[in-house]
Ligand binder design. Structure first.
Ligand code: ADP
Ligand code: MG
Length: 256
């Protein structure tokens, strides 16, 4: 890993029609780690991840991804460094699963996929349990199957950074766990991941680093053990949350 590995955020802020939705934020996200971004609805998690991925320009501030300033880096270069899957990622439905996944290779091959691109598409289809569905139209899939197809497209981009906004939406327990295990394998191979999660136990079980947001601000940051505490989470979500321990990691109890 180079010394530039990581995301550096300085003075990043955002507002919509004069209303601040992200207060000026400084943040360093470590390379080679899984960082979970948590917080209640409306905290600004999607806003922060969209600004990092340059889906929209910030009102002020700077984001540098592995040494590349996202404001000035050409799109194709940036798309080889960072892949983003947003919360609402529904593309044209008259598209087959394999065609959708192939879009992930666009920054590498434009419209001319070669053997390496086809191999990456096959890997992503296999990793997301989509081989039997690869010829199906997206509008014939269940919500969870379609979510996996979008995840496979993002994975096929094979970038050093992966930014996923609530990727577990619609996924069953087994596929949710498989996704987290996939992210851990990417991390073990030197990859870097930022993932917005609502399932705090998956954050506890798989993340190396946790960032908590509330009302457009980062309110806590650290290891799962440091951030996922009963007082911290109860105050973050404004509801009573108990935390136990399992296998040396926090076990969050909030359905009781
Ligand atoms: P989260 O992903 O943490 O649930 P978001 O980043 O989506 O939160 O939203 C943060 C806040 O900004 C919310 O209060 C949301 O309603 C508001 N917001 C986001 N986008 C817009 C927009 N285009 N117009 C008005 N308000 C917005
Ligand atoms: Mg969101």
């Amino acid at each position: 890993m180079t010394s530039h590995s990581g995301i550096e955020i300085k003075g990043l802020a955002h507002a919509v029609r004069g209303t601040e939705i992200l207060a000026p934020t400084d943040l360093s996200l470590p390379g080679g780690r899984i960082t979970a971004l948590i917080g209640p609805n409306g905290a600004g998690k999607s806003t922060l991840s969209r600004l990092i991925a340059r889906i929209e320009p910030p009102v002020t501030g700077r984001v540098v991804v592995n040494g590349l300033d996202v404001a000035t880096t050409p799109s194709d270069r940036l798309a080889r460094e960072m892949a983003f899957l947003g919360q609402q990622a529904w593309l044209a439905s008259r598209l087959r699963v394999r065609e959708l996944v192939a879009f992930g290779r666009w920054p590498h091959c434009m419209a001319r996929p070669g053997p390496a691109d086809r191999a990456a598409i096959d890997r992503a289809l296999r990793d997301f349990d989509l081989l039997p569905l690869s010829g199906r139209f997206l509008d014939t899939l269940s919500g969870g199957q379609a979510q996996r197809a979008h995840l496979a497209m993002t994975a096929a981009q094979e970038t050093p950074w992966l930014i996923l906004d609530e990727p577990l939406n619609n996924l069953d327990l087994a596929h949710a766990r498989a996704l987290m295990a996939h992210l851990a394998r990417l991390r073990d191979g030197g990859g870097s991941i930022l993932v917005v999660l609502h399932d705090l136990n998956l954050a506890a079980g798989w993340a190396d680093h946790v960032v908590a947001m509330k009302a457009g601000r980062i309110v806590a940051e650290g290891t799962p053990g440091e951030v996922l505490t009963a007082p911290g989470l109860s105050s973050l979500y404004e509801t009573e949350i108990r935390v136990s321990e399992h296998g040396g990691r926090p076990l969050v109890l909030h359905h009781l």
